[in-house]
Each structure stands twice: as structure tokens, then as C-alpha cells.
Design a protein around this ligand. Structure first.
Ligand SMILES: [Zn+2]
Length: 310
């Protein structure tokens, strides 16, 4: 008998005897192409899950969402176009130059500046921001960039729902119609607040909301529960009140913050409130980009640096 190992030779290696030389060449090439396509497909989204990447872009917010069927949303762009381009390059395939929706939560530099050249670099299908940002002086260059690129700009209104496909959607929870922010355009409390839902899982993205905005949300009676809370205002002491935390009841809190930032974010009292509520805290200054993946029932966390503890 021959070597018993021969019986274990994969089918593909036994097949050549069945083919003539020319066909073998073509078949090998076809297999190689197929293998490459499968390999690319394995690396690529969409994969039927919701991916939320809290990008490591220094002191500021930038959140890149890939919906289960592949639609892409960017919420804020951080302070620097260079850092944003680099971080997005790690999330998107190199040939992908389109984004379905870009949201600006409010016109502060640490959320807005990275977005300004984005409208030249990517084909953006839709932009969304709060009513206050439409007239805020701070947002003039941002609005000009949106307009120059011919991107339609919609106003985020409480109650709006945006279907992302694959049973994922965004709910606009804030700002409401009659709110404290009418007079102060760039107020943190006017931040667009989004609840991203996929199946039984939810993410609450709070911009730079402070206690007054949290109170307005609590008073609105809208569902706030979310397994993942993007901690508002980089973990400053003025937000993430105990009452708000109780209503959201998150398992994971993500703080988007630059290391050794001049604001002293996150505040120790915010970290203490999160610890007291038993919430796992992930920070972009410590973990780098934080990606949370939802299959509609469970969450998985992937971090660029130091795996999270506990
Ligand atoms: Zn901010």
C-alpha cells in the first residue's frame, strides 16, 4: 500500500491528474482569484453586524458606524482632518470614498474641524445637524464645505428616525423643539443626541451634553436605555449625572478624550459616578480606537491598545 498520508492530500492537489496542462493553468488561476476574493471578503464589511468605532483622534469626538448591510455614518470628525483621515483609513477599504451620512452634533472645533475637508475627500450622500448649527457663526466654514460639495443638509429634530438597513436605525432624541439652546447657538446642551439601535442592543451618543441637556432628555420621556453610552463632553464633571446614568443603565461607557488634555478630562467625579454604577469604562486615550460590534443580541469589544479588563 502507498503512504497513508496520501489519503489526506486535499482534493485540490489530487485534481490535476484529471486535467490537461492548459486547463490546469486556467483552473489554478481561477482558484487563486477565488481565494483572493474570499480573503478580501473575509476582511471586508458588511458582515451583517453593526460596527461602531470610537476613533482615536485626540481630544474630540469622531464615531464611525458601519450598519449590518454596509451603510456608513460618521458622527463628528474630531479636531484634525489629518487624524480623521488616518483613523478612517483604518476602518474603510482603500477604494471606498463614500459615506452615507455625516452628523455634526454641535459646532465646537473638537467635533467639527476634522469634517471640513472631508466633504472634498469623500462623496457624502447626506449631512445632518441641529437647527442651531444652521445659523451658528462657528459653523460657517463647515456649512460652506457642505454646500460647496453639494451635500444635502437636513435638520436633526427630536423624533426623527433614520433607517440604516439590516434592522439598525438611528433615533434623534435631542434637541427638542422648545429648548434651552435657542439663544445660545453653540451650547453643549444643544448637541444632537442619537440612539443607535440594532436588535436588542443600543448605543447612546450624547455629543457634549451637560446636566441641563440630560434633564431635558429625562423629562422628554423617550427611551434612553443603552448598553453602550458615549460619555458626554469627554467625561467632564458637568455631565453624566447619577440620575442620567440610572436611566441609561449602560454596561460600557466610552470616553473620547486626548491624553494629557488641557481640560483635565475626564473628571475624577465622572469616573467615580461610572464606577459606582458598575459600568466598564473604555477611553480612547488609553485603548486607542475602540470598536464595539453588535450582532443584535450581544456586544463584542475590540480595542487598538490594552485589552479592557473585567
Ligand atoms: Zn467636545
Amino acid at each position: 500500500m502507498s503512504d497513508p498520508a496520501a489519503a489526506r492530500i486535499p482534493l485540490a492537489e489530487r485534481m490535476p491528474s484529471l486535467l490537461d496542462g492548459r486547463r490546469l493553468g486556467l483552473a489554478t488561476a481561477a482558484l487563486a482569484v477565488l481565494a483572493l476574493l474570499l480573503w478580501l471578503a473575509a476582511l471586508q464589511l458588511p458582515d451583517g453586524q453593526l460596527h461602531v468605532a470610537f476613533l482615536d483622534i485626540g481630544q474630540g469626538d469622531a464615531i464611525f458606524i458601519t450598519a449590518p448591510d454596509g451603510r456608513q455614518v460618521l458622527v463628528d470628525g474630531g479636531p484634525s482632518p489629518t487624524q480623521l483621515a488616518e483613523a478612517l483609513g483604518q476602518q474603510m477599504p482603500f477604494w471606498d470614498h463614500s459615506i452615507d451620512l455625516v452628523v455634526l452634533t454641535h459646532p465646537d472645533d473638537d467635533h467639527m474641524m476634522g469634517l471640513i475637508p472631508l466633504f472634498d475627500r469623500y462623496r457624502v450622500a447626506q449631512a445632518l445637524t441641529g437647527r442651531e448649527t444652521l445659523s451658528a457663526e462657528e459653523a460657517l466654514f463647515w456649512r460652506q464645505a457642505v454646500e460647496a460639495a453639494g451635500v444635502p443638509l437636513a435638520v436633526a429634530e427630536q423624533g426623527m428616525q433614520i433607517a440604516l438597513g439590516g434592522e439598525a436605525w438611528l433615533e434623534v432624541l435631542h434637541p427638542g423643539a422648545a429648548l434651552l439652546c435657542a439663544a445660545a447657538a453653540a451650547d453643549n446642551n444643544c448637541s444632537v443626541v442619537l440612539r443607535l439601535v440594532h436588535g436588542e442592543t443600543a448605543f447612546l451618543l450624547t455629543g457634549d451634553l451637560e446636566a441641563a441637556g440630560e434633564q431635558a432628555l429625562l423629562a422628554s420621556g423617550q427611551p434612553l436605555a443603552a448598553q453602550v453610552l458615549k460619555v458626554s463632553h469627554h467625561g467632564s464633571g458637568g455631565g453624566t449625572t447619577s440620575e442620567f446614568l440610572q436611566a441609561v443603565a449602560p454596561h460600557i461607557a466610552v470616553i473620547q478624550v486626548g491624553s494629557n488634555n488641557r481640560f483635565g478630562h475626564p473628571a475624577s467625579e465622572t469616573l467615580e459616578r461610572l464606577a459606582a454604577a458598575g459600568v466598564q469604562v473604555l477611553r480612547t486615550d488609553q485603548q486607542g480606537t475602540i470598536e464595539i460590534i453588535s450582532n443584535g443580541r450581544q456586544l463584542r469589544v475590540r480595542t487598538a491598545k490594552h485589552p479592557p479588563q473585567g
